[in-house]
Design a protein. Structure first.
Length: 194
């Protein structure tokens, strides 16, 4: 049995058990459900996946997510995982949860922050992910709130030049973390598009 077989067949069982015993909370089916909306046409260079219609369809969650949320007493790890009361919370995490994250329950936090802002994401890997999943949420939150508490980011992500540049342009203070911290009151900026 290879790793891909394990991941495809065994991992979902582990997630289900972790949810049933209160160790993990994922999005509900309703919160994850999305549908295809209007076509978005391309201009300029056409991506290979555009098909013969030369467009893609906009995806939208069936139950829209609020851009700005909150959570109390979040233990936030260097991988960007959000834990509350010993439970890994998908809605507070910076990337899709994998089995290693489930097994990596944080030790005692290195420090406590009274306030902080965290980003929820799915695949924070590239500049495109940063732009599509975060910059718009940060701008919307700034527009609505006027100011944000310091943004808490894993240090490897905050080290990216474009992240530093965009946060400086938006006037957002950021704190890089390499070890778990506790955030007494966290502002959570949600991923709003599938």
């Amino acid at each position: 049995m290879g790793f891909s077989h394990f991941k495809r067949n065994i991992a979902p069982v582990v997630y289900t058990i972790a949810e049933q015993i209160g160790y993990y909370r994922n999005w509900s089916r309703d919160e994850r459900r999305f549908s295809r909306r209007e076509a978005v046409n391309f201009s300029g260079e056409i991506p290979p996946m555009a098909g013969t219609e030369f467009n893609q369809y906009r995806l939208k969650y069936d139950i829209p997510r609020n851009v700005i949320g909150s959570a109390s007493n979040v233990i936030y790890t260097a991988k960007g995982m959000g834990w509350v009361n010993g439970r890994l919370e998908r809605r507070l995490s910076f990337q899709e949860v994998n089995l290693k994250h489930l097994l990596d329950k944080p030790s005692r936090p290195a420090r406590r922050l009274e306030r902080g802002t965290i980003l929820q994401a799915q695949t924070p890997k590239t500049f495109g992910d940063w732009m599509s999943e975060h910059v718009s949420s940060l701008a919307i939150a700034l527009n609505r709130l006027g100011t944000l508490d310091p943004l808490i980011l894993p240090s490897h992500w905050l080290a990216k030049p474009y992240v530093k540049r965009d946060l400086a342009r938006l006037g957002i203070e950021a704190i890089a973390i390499d070890e778990p911290v506790e955030i007494a009151q966290a502002t959570v900026l949600s991923k709003t598009r599938p």
